[in-house]
Design a protein around this ligand. Structure first.
Ligand code: DAH
Length: 338
């Protein structure tokens, strides 16, 4: 008798299946009403008295083994969804988490698309710049007070070499090499010696725009910017406020009408309903001359915007630091806008 229980124990211990139906069959054949366990328990009475103790113990071991085996196989089935391939360690985990572009790249690419559609080319320049391209050629000679508008990181060993504070340096490089008509945008990373907070960062990104040809007017500038904001934000109202930049004359800041519907609108627009989105103006004749372009023949406009600022408005992001922390939970949200 006891030999039979031992034989079953061996069978139970060696049983394995990844098929839910098979596991259930196994369970019923042992633990079901008319299963082997009940049969063996019923046979208990026929066991000679001196064997009863050993038989009982063996039977209990078998009962526990059956229940453990069923529990184990069922939980394994649940973990793998019945897919035995998952047990193969060389297999790529599924489902694959696909990556997506960084929100700043998404916005940068959208801006690039909008301007390339109307004939702007893309130009780039170095992040480590010299004084001439970042300041002097842009009508900011040494000791010009407006240099303080942009706190600069200098490369210590050489006061002439610095991390560019704006992508306006690229327009200088471009004009030095190309004659009008010029129509180009320059996306890139810029650096300023500023404390990091929710609203400002020492590293950020800009897109500079430049158009130089014959008889370019301020009306052309406004028209182009209106086209741009309509394309990016949907039909929008913009206004130009007089401002000052050394490299443009006249200069303006561009505001977009955001509205005053919610409490947040009041907070972010400081109760005005308007939000500043970029600086712009007509390129100062001195800048044209510095770059080898005849200001008697040509005129043009320029504009510059911060990509982080545009992205914050588009996606309603309230802290610029989120762009640089690389927290996947934040970055994942921009999948849809690939
Ligand atoms: N370079 C300016 C800045 O970093 C932005 C800017 C303003 C660029 C006016 C321009 C411009 O080309 O015309 O704040």
């Amino acid at each position: 008798m006891i030999e039979e229980v031992k034989k079953h124990l061996k069978e139970v211990n060696s049983f394995s299946s990844k098929d839910a139906e098979e596991i259930e069959k196994f369970r019923i054949s042992y633990a079901g009403k008319k299963g082997i366990l009940n049969e063996l328990f019923a046979a208990f009475r026929a066991v000679p008295n001196e064997e009863k103790k050993a038989y009982g113990q063996e039977l209990n071991t078998l009962k526990t083994a059956v229940s453990n085996k069923v529990k184990f196989l069922q939980s394994e089935f649940k973990d793998t969804g019945g897919n035995s391939l998952i047990k193969d360690p060389s297999r790529t985990p599924f489902p694959l988490e696909t990556g997506n572009r960084h929100p700043l790249s998404v916005v940068k690419n959208r801006i690039i698309d909008i301007f390339t559609q109307i004939g702007f080319t893309i130009s780039e320049g170095p992040e480590i710049e010299d004084d001439w391209h970042n300041f002097t050629a842009l009508n900011l000679p040494e000791h010009h007070p407006a240099r303080d508008m942009q706190d600069t990181f200098f490369i210590q060993t050489d006061p002439d070499i610095l991390l560019r504070t704006h992508t306006s340096s690229v327009q200088v490089r471009y004009m030095e090499k190309n004659q009008p008509p010029i129509r180009t945008i320059s996306p890139g990373r810029v650096f300023r010696n500023e404390a990091i907070s929710a609203r400002s960062h020492c590293i950020f990104h800009q897109i500079e725009g430049l158009y130089i040809a014959k008889e370019v007017s301020f009306a052309d500038l406004k028209q182009t910017l209106q086209y741009f904001t309509n394309a990016l934000f949907g039909n929008s109202k913009i206004r130009m406020r007089p401002s000052y930049f050394p490299f443009t004359e006249p200069s303006a800041e561009v505001d977009i009408y955001w509205g005053l519907e919610t409490e947040t609108d009041y907070r972010i627009t400081k109760g005005t309903g308007w939000l500043e989105i970029m600086g712009c103006g007509m390129v100062d004749p001195n800048v044209l001359e510095n770059c080898g372009i005849d200001p008697e023949q040509y005129s043009g406009y320029a504009f510059g915007m911060c990509i982080e600022r545009i992205a914050m408005l588009l996606y309603q992001i309230s802290d610029i630091r989120l762009f640089f922390e690389n927290d996947v939970r934040f970055l994942k949200q921009f999948k849809a806008t690939l």
